[in-house]
Design a protein around this ligand. Structure first.
Ligand SMILES: [Zn+2]
Length: 114
């Protein structure tokens, strides 16, 4: 293979260019031993992502709260799974968004009535 930096030819199995030292082949990808890895508290993780997403686009606020509550319940049943922080981020983020959307609707209604 040719070095993309200096263009000189290297043996195919060289990881570094022997002329300029540039890494021309990335290190072998480390494959996790357990390919069936599953997040310990998926509900809480979902709440977290939905909560963050709701702050950006507003739509996912309610599912974020629902998943957050489920995540908290799961964390209580399975203390080793943890994820309370993720769940709380989802609940608070979701609640803030729902509140904002609610205020927005009330604002629109009031301004439409005036
Ligand atoms: Zn090179």
């Amino acid at each position: 293979m040719f070095c993309y930096r200096c263009g000189k030819a290297n043996e195919d199995d060289n990881r570094f260019c022997k002329y300029c030292g540039t890494m021309i082949r990335p290190p072998a990808v480390v494959v996790p031993e357990d390919l069936n890895y599953f997040p310990p508290n998926p509900d809480a993780l979902w709440a977290y992502y939905l909560g963050i997403a709701s702050l950006l686009c507003g739509i996912t606020g309610i599912p974020a709260i629902v998943m957050g509550i489920r995540g908290l319940r799961y964390a209580k049943l399975h203390p080793e799974a943890r994820g309370e922080v993720h769940a709380w981020v989802g609940i608070i983020g979701g609640a803030l968004t729902v509140l904002c959307v609610f205020m927005l609707i009330i604002g629109v209604v009031i301004s439409a009535c005036l």
